[in-house]
Design a protein around this ligand. Structure first.
Ligand code: C2E
Ligand code: MG
Ligand code: MG
Ligand code: MG
Length: 293
């Protein structure tokens, strides 16, 4: 009889865990409304040429301006979106914002370079992601090569790999560069590297952090840079915080970098202040290959 046996069982009531759970639930509820309420904000972090420090473009990084909690980093809310459709509305908001910001920068005579968008797999398995770019490009008189796309290795777990390949091939046919993000931390196998058409390999910050202190991280970075070069891909390192890290990466042949050393993610106005004016040339992060395999 359950009620009786229950008396002998110690019920562990973890108040802290419950409080956390309630907080997450409240956050999830507010998140449902965030896109409609225009609460998603885009910050821009520069990508630079490691040798010269020249500005090449920005990565667009989403934040959530929560009405009470303030500006929240993606680590606080992206996990709550997993398995929901909310990430679609958020991505729509991010791309629309970037389109308007690009237009404003260009009108002001500034040269923003290429803006990289983190594109989740739900927008790659059908036409939605592709169409979002078409809409934004038309609405703001932009060009395909104003944008680049970053995709994490998780997409390789998806059953619709063929559709994803299709979307990626279409992007590249338009000259939009496709980047494999957080390389070495997820599920990419060498087979994927062989079969997946991309332009850029992004070395994850967890390896860059080890430069100067962890010989293994350094060796793995060397191997990744060699691999990307031999495959004809551009190599980008993220999370560069020191000049020693920058010099090491340059020495082993990595050309492009991103990190606090060059600039933190900043709101649109601040980011605009670092942009060169139209007369000075800015290199583009163009697609390396030519579309379909
Ligand atoms: P990610 O795409 O790998 O972006 C790089 C992250 O590293 C960013 O964190 C950036 O602020 C951080 N970072 C860059 N340089 C440094 C550095 O020198 N030191 C340190 N400590 N950190 C550095 P953030 O903005 O918190 O974004 C975290 C992740 O959230 C991103 O990782 C990306 O996976 C995801 N994310 C961000 N924005 C979007 C978005 O618009 N859409 C989607 N789907 N995901 C996004
Ligand atoms: Mg990224
Ligand atoms: Mg990354
Ligand atoms: Mg990362």
């Amino acid at each position: 009889y359950t009620a009786k046996s229950g008396r002998n069982t110690a019920v562990i009531f973890d108040e802290a865990a419950l409080a956390r759970r309630l907080e997450q639930n409240q956050l999830s509820l507010a998140l449902v409304l965030a896109a409609d309420r225009d609460e998603f904000v885009v910050h821009y972090q520069p990508k630079v040429d490691l040798a010269t420090g020249m500005h090449l473009g920005f990565e667009a990084l989403v934040r959530w301006q929560h009405p009470e909690l303030g500006l929240l980093p993606p680590g606080r809310f992206l996990p709550l979106m997993e398995g929901t459709q909310l990430i679609r509305g958020m991505t729509r908001a991010v791309i629309a914002t970037v389109g308007r910001d690009l237009d404003a920068w260009k009108r002001a005579g500034l040269v923003p370079g290429t803006i990289s968008i983190n594109l989740p797999e739900v927008l790659l398995v059908n036409e939605e992601g592709y169409n979002l770019f078409v809409e934004t490009i038309l609405a703001n008189r932009l060009e395909w090569h104003d944008f680049a796309v970053e995709i994490t290795e998780d997409v390789f777990l998806n059953r619709s790999a063929d559709q994803i390949l299709d979307t990626v091939a279409r992007f590249r046919e338009h000259g939009l560069s496709v980047s494999l993000d957080d390389f070495g931390t997820g599920f990419a196998s060498l087979v994927h590297l062989r079969d997946f058409p991309f332009d850029e390999l992004k070395i994850d910050r967890s390896f860059v952090t080890g430069i100067g202190s962890d010989a293994r991280s350094e060796q793995i970075i060397r191997a990744m840079v060699d691999l990307s070069r031999n495959l004809g891909k551009r190599c980008v390192a993220e999370g560069i915080e020191t000049d020693a890290q920058r010099r090491f990466l340059l020495e082993v042949g990595c050309e492009v970098g991103q990190g606090y050393l060059f600039g933190k993610p900043e709101p649109v106005d601040q980011a605009g202040e670092r942009l060169p004016r139209q007369s000075g040339g800015v290199k583009r992060l163009a697609a390396v290959g030519s579309g379909r395999r």
